[in-house]
Each structure stands twice: as structure tokens, then as C-alpha cells.
Design a protein. Structure first.
Lengths: 111, 884
């Protein structure tokens, strides 16, 4: 069930939401490439793991999928973030920021 | 909220697995194509690009697996897998599966049938609008005897009626309908208030209901017809509305047709306005012939209605203390007046019989499963050793049991539908059930079937599954094939078997008592119904308005029938000989042993002079009736032997005087009558001893509805046409109905008893049959398990008789435990449902029946085990030993 070990559990969902929010509708390959680019080589993603994450988000009603045609003229399924998805992203991004800050401070004091 | 959404989405996925799989495959392909495109753009060869794309994507199979797992509900997927696997296993073991499915079908089918009956009779009630807001009003006197209302009481009640929108009253009376084209029919009729059908929510489908104008004295007479009468007389012609007919000799117009199948209150085919009822308004306050109901207002409760009625009761008691001094008006839920009482011990016993059969079936299947899981021990052990959890194994076995139950349940419901069809067809046309009792399955029955199925899965599957999964893996793997049953499994199966034998004993004892009662009744009835022809005649009140006129008609009929060839004797009576007569009370002039009852009950029969001759009975003492009896100055009576035993201590009562007051005498004092003869007791079907009965001369008060009894020298049915014709020559407008042999009449009248008896015997046969099947299976299985041991014994010189004894001892030990259980159950049950107090002369007592059953069960069980035991003795030692 866990995605690639190099990605923290739960963070992949957040990254997918974030990507869709900033880039607009994207297909699975586009999302995976975008995440790899953003990480700038700091994580290696098994691109397949993106699909269980997409399904998870779709089941929760945070994103929507529909078939379309890609820039390379290939059939692909495009995902769009929904309104409840944006709300969730805002909430999670906030939590994430505070978590990172807290963890960093804790580590900073100890080191 | 989100969790619910996820769950619903997963549930939805269960139904579109294939489409989503295809969609995912397309999506992955599209992803790989994009990756490959990129790699190609970077200058890789097509082959290298594809490989790089796949490396980048990761394992397609693993991802699909995760995706699929996350998509649906894995638990339900696994259940489906288990069910398919279970079905395959069962298909391979057809003998076992067939036996189990048939057993469960019988159990579930019987419970379904029983519950459908209970539902129809005790639960469903009448098909009327909102029955919960309908109240039934009755009266009750200080002795607690329930009764209806008199017309005068009804008028007071409907005038007061707090919390009730409207009241309606009705009374049944057979009606004779005839018109110029269609001959006379005698149909059950009802006089009913204006607005009653609207109150019940079932207004006429054609035409109109009665209106207040129809109830004005002197208004033209009107009637409503039932659908069945409309169909049989007028072929459902709408022109029948407005048609002029004659009902009970009065010109009447048909104004409407009541909805199909609605024969309120029971089997009525013609309704007339209440006020058309002869003598209604003039009847005294004590003549309580009306049934009354009303509908509560929206905000009123039963208590409000009762409070209103209490005020009326008090008022009536003050104004008319003679007739209403100790009479109280009572409001009861409408349907309670009609439905059978579910708390009646008879129904409780009926239901427990159904549950017992289901239980017996479950026990049998549980036993089969225990034995089979012993044979499957290796398979289960292998599965456990490669990592199946115990819960998983239990689930697998339970699902297999559920597959069995589903098949058995479907078959059982089909069996029940067939049985109900037969049952409905067996209801005699001459004695139909109330219109609202139909033996059909509805939602409530379906719920019970599902509950029974769920119960079955747990009752028959849980124990064997638990026991099978409990066995040690190593032990099971090491043990060989069929010998692997643990001691625990054996104890379990013997316990279940013992319980079954016990249940059989309980039911067989009941059956023996019931059959004994019937046989004794047959042997003791003093009248042979096979050679008697009966027919019912109803004399219209307008042409036969005095007892004299009716008596003259009766005499004319008797005279004409006497002249027919093949007729030995003819008589006319108020009731058929085996029926209860008119209920009355007895008072004796002079000394008589006290019975401790203030008003001892007595049945009153009005009989013609040749009554006892026609029944081929000889008077025990004194004489029969003579032509002068019943005329003024000859106030005489004949009593039966039971009455003499009960009230004269067996002494000669000839010349003594008794006063017989009919229950509906309304305070009129009955005359003293002198006993001139003692007749043999004719025992009723349902009583052990016969009831005290007095016979009065028909001439003294010839009733308008009477029974013709003709003793013949040949088959009574051959004479039916001649009898009809003879009556028609005397009065062509008079219908004579239910012409049949007395034997047929009794057969129809005892439908209830016969059905109960056949249901009891069916239940008993099934339980005992299941016990025997179980016993035989357990014995056979035991022999199989011990094949090696028995072979060894034979090889080292044991005699075959010894082997048979060994097997029998092994199995009969369990039967003995079962018999013990049975004895305990019978004793316990007789505490809960005490058997009817058996009088001294009763032939078959409880202990005798019980002993008979014990001996029978023991010997049949022995015979059942003997087959497998004898097979055990024929074991070939060499082959048995080589099997190990």
C-alpha cells in the first residue's frame, strides 16, 4: 500500500494536489514529471505509484478525472482539482508548513 | 463525510470492476507511451526507449494490484472468492451437498410454510385502511362473557362516542336471492350500517354505497353484491346495477358492487342496510346481536374511546338496570376481534414445532459438516500451514455453509409455495375460510425466511467450522485420511445426534396422543355418517312466518322423501348430530347432585320424531318422540346419557322435570319440561367425553334454518339429485344447499383439525426421518473411521458377531443419551404445556403413549444402525490393513 519509500507516506497526495492547483489540468505522466522536476533529483519516483494516489484523491472527491488528448496528440486521462480539493490543499499546506517548522526547530535545538 | 464518500465509491466499484480495469490499462499505456516518446526525443533507440519507460514507471503488475485492492472492498471480493471456491468443492461432493441441501430445504420450507400460516391467520389482519385507528366495540357482563350490542345500545353509543368519528354496526344472516332469469341462491349475507364501507376504506367499485335515504322507514329496499355473486349470477355485467331482484322474498334493487375479494366480515356476498334487518328496531335492549366498530378521530386514543364508552355504560346501567345493570362496553383494537391470537398455546406450540424441525435440520447438517471436515482435515491443515489464519478458515467453512443454505433455502421456499398451494386447494368449498385469510407469502414472510437462513448458517456452520479450524496442524498432517477425526469432533456429533433423537421423542409422543384421540373418536362414534345424506334448508321468513308453517313444510318434505326408493328413514333437525347445538343452561326440579356450577351448560337440539331412528340409535331408557309431543300439554324432553351421568348421578331421570334456557332467551322464562327418554351420547369430534345434550321436539319451535338427515340403503351421493328435486316440488323458490353425505360434511367441517393433524404428523415424520438419516450417516462414518481397527480385529480372530456388537455399542450409546434427553424434554414440556386432563375412560394415556414411542424409537434406531454394522462385519481384513 505504501508508495515509493523515498516519498514520505501522505506527502505524495499533497504534492499531487499542489501540482494540480498550480499547473491546472494534467495527465498522470505530466504530474509525475512535474513532481520529479520540482524535486530536482532529490527523490526518485516510481512513476506508477502516482496512480493509487490519484485514485485515493478521486475517491475522496478532491480531484476529478476525464479523458482528453495530450500535447503530443495522445489520448490521456486529465485530472483537475475540485473545490473541496483546494480547501483541503490549503489546510494541509498549512499543517505541513507548521510541521516542518516545528520539526526543523526541534532538530535545530538538538544539533 | 469523506469516509462515507470513499466507502460509497468503493461499493460502487464492485459493480464496474471490468470497466475500471480497462480504463486503468489504457491510462498506464498512455503513460508509458508518453515516457517512450520522451526517451525517443532524447535519442534512444525504440527498444531502449521502451525499456527505460518501463524502468521509470516501476512494476505495472504491482501497481495494478494496489490499485485494485484500494478500489473495491477486498472483504466482499474475498467472500465472492470463498463462495465460488465453496460451490466448486460442493459440486465435487454431490452426495454430501445433495443430502445437506435437501435437509435444509425441508427445514426452511417447513418454517416458511408454518410462518405463512401464522402470518395469514394471526398477523396480517383485514385488508382495510389504517386498521390501527379502528376500534371494535363489544359488551361484557359481570361473569366476563363477551357479547355484541343490541340495536338500542348501538344507537346510544353512536350518539355519544367521544374520540370516535363514526360508528358502524353489522349482523350476519343468510340471504336468499332470486330473480326472473337466475334461479335462487342462498348466500351468506350481512346487514350493515350506512357508511361502513367508507369507514373501512373499501367503497363499492361500481355503483354506490348505502345512504341515509336508504334507511328511512318505507324506503325502497336496496342491496350491495359481492364480486363473486356478481360474477356467478350476472357475469360481471355493469347493467346488474339497478336490477330488480328478490332478496328473502322482498323486491330489492342492486345499487353497487363491493371490491373483489372483500367479503367483510367473513364470507358475505350480499349486504343490505342495517335497518332492513327484520325485527331490529323492535328488539329488546337485551338482544345483543350487533357487532359494532368505529374509527378514532386523528387525535384520540383507545383510552379516550374507552372513557367515552364507560360514560355510556354507566348511563345505560342507571336507565335500564334490568338489561344493562352489569353490562360494560369495551373498546378493543379492530383486528384483535378477527385475527387469531398469536399468544394462544396452540399457535405457540405450532411455531415451536416449526422451529424444532429447522433445528433438527441444522443439527443434521452440522453433523454432516463435522464428519466432512474430519475428512477434509488434511486440506485445512495444509492451508493453515501455508499461512491461512484461523479466522480465514472459519470464514471459508461458514461461506460453504452459506452456499448450502442459499441452495437449500431457495428449494425450501419453492417447497413451501407448493405446500401452501395444496393447503389452499384443500379448503372445502362448503366451509370456506374468512376472506382475509389467504396463504400467500409477503414481505414479512420473506424477512422470516432470511432470518431462518441466517440462523441456519450460524447454527449448522459455526460449531463445525470452529471445531475444524481448531485442530492442530501437525497432528492433522501426520494423521491419515479419514481416521483424523478428533475426539472432540466425535463428542460433538454424538451430542448433536442425541439432541435430535430427543426432539423426535417429544414430537412422536404428541403425535401418538393426537392419533390415539382420533382413532378413539372413530371407534366410539355411535352414528355411521357414511349412510346419511344431509342438506341445509332455509325457509324465507315472509312465507314461513310461524313455527307451525315451518313445521308443516318440514313434515311435507319428510313425507315426500320417505317415499323415495332407497330411503330408510328421514328426519329434520336444527343441527347436525355431531355439532354443538344451541347453547343453553340447565335447571333441575328437585334433588340433584351438585356440580358446583350455578348455570350448568347444556346443548339444545331440536329434532323431528324419527331422529333417533334415522341415526339408527336405540333409546337407552324411556321412549322417543311421538306425533303429539311438542304440542301444548306435551312439554317433554329427551336427554343424553352424558347429561344423566353429570346431573342425575346416573339415576333414572324419567319423569323428572328440567328447565332449559337458551342463551339468547333475553330473560324470557323457559317452561318446565318432563324427561321421557334417555338417548345414547353422540360425542363431538373435539371433546373427550361428549357434552350434556337435551333434545326438544322440532314441532314446538321449528327453526327457519334446518338440517335434513336421510338414511339410505345405498351410496348417499346417488340420492342427492332426487332429494333436491323432491324439495323443489314442494317449494320451487327454496334453495337446498350443501347436499352431501354426513361423512363428507364432517370431513369438511373438521378441516381445521385434519390440517393440524397432518401438519403435526408432517413435522414429526420429518424430524424423526432426519434423526434416522443422521444416525445412519454417523454409523457409516464411524465404521469407515474404524475400518483399519476392525480389520485388524477380524485378522487376529474376532468373530463377525463381535464386530457387529462393537459398532452397535459405539453408536447406540449415543442413541441412549438421546432417549434420555427426550425423556427430560417431554417432562419439561409437559410442565410448560400441560396435556389435556384425560378422563378415566380415555384409552391412550400419556405414559402409555410415551412408552410406545420409546420402544418404537429404540427399535427403529437399532434397525437403522444394523445396516452399517453388518457391512462392518464383512470388512476384508487384508484390504482394510493395506489401506493404512
Amino acid at each position: 500500500m505504501a508508495p515509493d519509500q523515498d516519498v514520505h507516506y501522505g506527502t505524495l497526495d499533497l504534492m499531487v494536489l499542489g501540482t494540480l492547483a498550480s499547473m491546472g489540468p494534467l495527465h498522470g505522466y505530466g504530474i509525475a514529471r512535474r513532481i520529479e522536476q520540482a524535486a530536482a533529483g532529490s527523490i526518485t519516483l516510481n512513476q506508477g505509484t502516482i496512480y493509487p494516489a490519484l485514485l485515493r484523491l478521486e475517491q475522496k472527491g478532491w480531484i476529478k478525472g476525464s479523458w482528453g488528448v495530450s500535447e503530443h496528440n495522445r489520448r490521456a486521462r486529465f485530472y483537475t482539482i475540485t473545490r473541496s480539493g483546494r480547501a483541503r490543499l490549503a489546510q494541509d499546506a498549512d499543517t505541513w508548513g507548521r510541521t516542518v517548522e516545528m520539526v526543523a526547530r526541534t532538530l535545530g535545538q538538538e544539533s | 463525510m469523506t469516509a462515507l464518500r470513499v466507502w460509497l465509491s468503493r461499493l460502487g466499484e464492485l459493480f464496474r470492476h471490468r470497466r475500471r480495469d480497462r480504463q486503468l490499462r489504457d491510462e498506464i499505456q498512455s503513460h508509458l507511451d508518453h515516457l517512450t516518446d520522451d526517451c525517443l526525443r532524447q535519442g534512444l533507440s525504440p527498444q531502449a526507449a521502451r525499456t527505460a519507460a518501463h524502468r521509470s514507471f516501476g512494476s505495472v503488475a504491482a501497481m495494478k494490484d494496489i490499485h485494485r485492492h484500494q478500489r473495491g472492498l477486498p472483504f466482499i471480493d474475498a467472500l465472492g472468492q470463498d463462495a465460488r471456491f465453496g460451490a466448486r468443492v460442493l459440486l465435487r461432493q454431490r452426495g454430501f451437498a445433495g443430502t445437506a441441501i435437501l435437509t435444509l430445504a425441508v427445514g426452511i420450507g417447513l418454517v416458511t410454510t408454518f410462518f405463512t400460516l401464522i402470518n395469514a391467520i394471526c398477523l396480517r389482519g383485514l385488508p382495510v385502511d389504517d386498521p390501527d385507528s379502528l376500534v371494535f366495540v363489544s359488551t361484557i357482563d359481570s361473569s366476563g362473557a363477551p357479547d355484541g350490542l343490541s340495536f338500542r345500545d348501538y344507537v346510544e353509543v353512536s350518539r355519544a362516542g367521544a374520540g370516535v368519528q363514526a360508528f358502524a354496526a353489522y349482523a350476519d344472516a343468510p340471504m336468499v336471492i332470486v330473480d326472473a332469469e337466475v334461479p335462487a341462491d342462498r348466500v351468506p349475507g350481512t346487514y350493515i350500517s350506512t357508511g361502513a364501507f367508507a369507514l373501512l376504506g373499501r367503497p363499492p367499485v361500481v355503483g354506490r354505497e348505502f345512504t341515509a335515504a336508504d334507511e328511512v322507514p318505507g324506503a325502497p329496499r336496496v342491496a350491495l353484491l359481492g364480486d363473486a355473486v356478481w360474477a356467478s349470477r350476472y357475469a360481471r355485467d355493469p347493467a346488474a346495477i339497478g336490477r330488480e331482484v328478490e332478496i328473502d322474498g322482498q323486491p330489492t334493487t342492486i345499487v353497487g358492487i363491493v371490491p373483489e375479494g372483500f367479503r367483510f366480515p367473513a364470507q358475505t356476498g350480499i349486504w343490505q342496510p342495517l335497518l332492513a334487518m327484520p325485527g331490529l328496531a323492535a328488539a329488546p335492549r337485551g338482544a345483543r346481536r350487533l357487532a359494532v366498530f368505529g374509527r378514532l378521530t386523528a387525535d384520540a386514543s383507545f383510552a379516550d374511546a374507552q372513557a367515552g364508552l364507560d360514560l355510556v355504560s354507566a348511563d345505560l346501567a342507571r336507565r335500564d338496570p334490568d338489561s344493562n345493570g352489569d353490562v360494560r362496553l369495551l373498546a378493543t383494537p379492530f383486528n384483535d376481534r378477527f385475527k387469531g391470537n398469536i399468544n394462544d398455546p396452540a399457535w405457540l406450540a405450532f411455531m415451536s414445532a416449526g422451529v424444532l424441525v429447522l433445528l433438527a435440520a441444522c443439527i443434521n447438517v452440522a453433523n454432516l459438516l463435522v464428519m466432512r471436515s474430519a475428512a477434509r482435515a488434511r486440506e485445512l491443515a495444509v492451508r493453515a500451514s501455508i499461512g491461512a489464519s484461523r479466522g480465514r478458515l472459519v470464514r471459508q467453512l461458514l461461506v460453504e455453509c452459506a452456499v448450502l443454505t442459499a441452495a437449500g433455502g431457495a428449494l425450501g421456499v419453492a417447497l413451501a409455495a407448493g405446500a401452501l398451494e395444496l393447503l389452499s386447494a384443500s379448503v372445502p368449498a362448503a366451509a370456506p375460510l374468512p376472506f382475509w385469510i389467504t396463504f400467500t407469502m409477503d414481505g414479512r414472510v420473506l424477512m422470516v425466511v432470511l432470518a431462518a437462513a441466517a440462523f441456519t448458517v450460524l447454527a449448522s456452520g459455526l460449531l463445525p467450522a470452529w471445531q475444524a479450524s481448531h485442530r492442530g496442524v501437525i497432528q492433522a498432517l501426520r494423521a491419515s485420511g479419514v481416521g483424523a477425526a478428533s475426539a472432540r469432533g466425535r463428542r460433538l456429533s454424538s451430542g448433536l445426534l442425541a439432541l435430535q433423537v430427543g426432539l423426535s421423542i417429544v414430537l412422536l409422543t404428541q403425535l401418538a396422543l393426537a392419533v390415539g384421540g382420533t382413532l378413539r373418536w372413530r371407534a366410539e362414534r355411535v352414528v355411521d355418517p357414511a349412510r346419511l345424506l344431509t342438506g341445509t334448508m332455509t325457509l324465507p321468513a315472509d312465507r314461513y312466518d310461524t313455527p307451525d308453517a315451518r313445521a308443516r313444510f318440514d313434515e311435507a318434505v319428510a313425507e315426500r322423501l320417505d317415499a323415495l326408493a332407497g330411503v330408510e328413514a328421514v328426519t329434520i333437525a336444527s343441527h347436525q348430530p355431531f355439532a354443538r347445538g344451541l347453547p343453553g343452561t340447565l335447571a333441575i326440579d328437585g334433588p340433584a347432585p351438585s356440580t358446583g356450577v350455578e348455570w350448568p351448560p347444556v346443548d339444545l337440539h331440536l329434532i323431528g320424531e324419527d331422529y333417533f331412528d334415522a341415526l339408527d340409535l336405540t333409546m337407552l331408557r324411556g321412549r322417543g318422540f311421538e306425533p303429539t309431543d311438542g304440542t301444548p300439554g306435551f312439554d317433554i324432553v329427551i336427554v343424553n346419557a352424558r347429561l344423566v351421568d353429570d346431573h342425575f348421578g346416573g339415576e333414572d331421570p324419567i319423569g323428572r322435570r328440567v328447565r332449559l334456557t337458551p342463551q339468547d332467551a333475553d330473560g324470557v322464562e323457559a317452561p318446565w319440561l318432563t324427561i321421557v327418554g334417555v338417548a345414547p351420547t353422540i360425542r363431538e369430534w373435539s371433546t373427550e367425553t361428549g357434552r350434556p345434550t337435551a333434545y326438544l321436539p322440532l314441532r314446538a319451535d321449528a327453526p327457519s334454518s334446518s338440517l335434513l338427515l336421510v338414511r339410505t340403503t345405498r351410496n348417499p351421493d346417488d340420492l342427492a339429485a332426487a332429494v333436491r328435486e323432491a324439495v323443489r316440488t314442494i317449494d320451487p323458490a327454496l334453495p337446498i344447499t350443501r347436499v352431501m353425505s354426513l361423512a363428507q360434511f364432517l370431513h369438511d367441517a373438521s378441516w381445521n383439525g385434519r390440517i393440524s393433524a397432518s401438519i403435526l404428523s408432517a413435522a414429526t415424520t420429518i424430524v424423526f426421518g432426519l434423526a434416522l438419516v443422521g444416525l445412519s450417516a454417523v454409523t457409516a462414518h464411524r465404521v469407515l473411521q474404524r475400518t483399519a481397527e476392525l480389520g485388524l480385529r477380524l485378522a487376529i480372530g474376532a468373530s463377525r458377531a463381535h464386530v457387529v456388537r462393537l459398532v452397535l455399542r459405539d453408536v447406540l450409546g449415543r442413541v441412549a443419551v438421546g432417549v434420555g434427553t427426550g425423556i427430560l424434554l417431554v417432562v419439561a414440556l409437559s410442565r410448560v404445556f400441560p396435556p389435556p386432563a384425560a378422563p378415566a375412560e380415555a384409552g391412550l394415556s400419556v405414559p402409555l403413549a410415551f412408552t410406545t414411542v420409546l420402544v418404537a424409537v429404540a427399535s427403529v434406531s437399532l434397525l437403522t444402525c444394523l445396516g452399517p454394522a453388518l457391512r462392518a462385519a464383512r470388512i476384508d481384513p487384508t484390504r482394510a490393513l493395506r489401506r493404512e
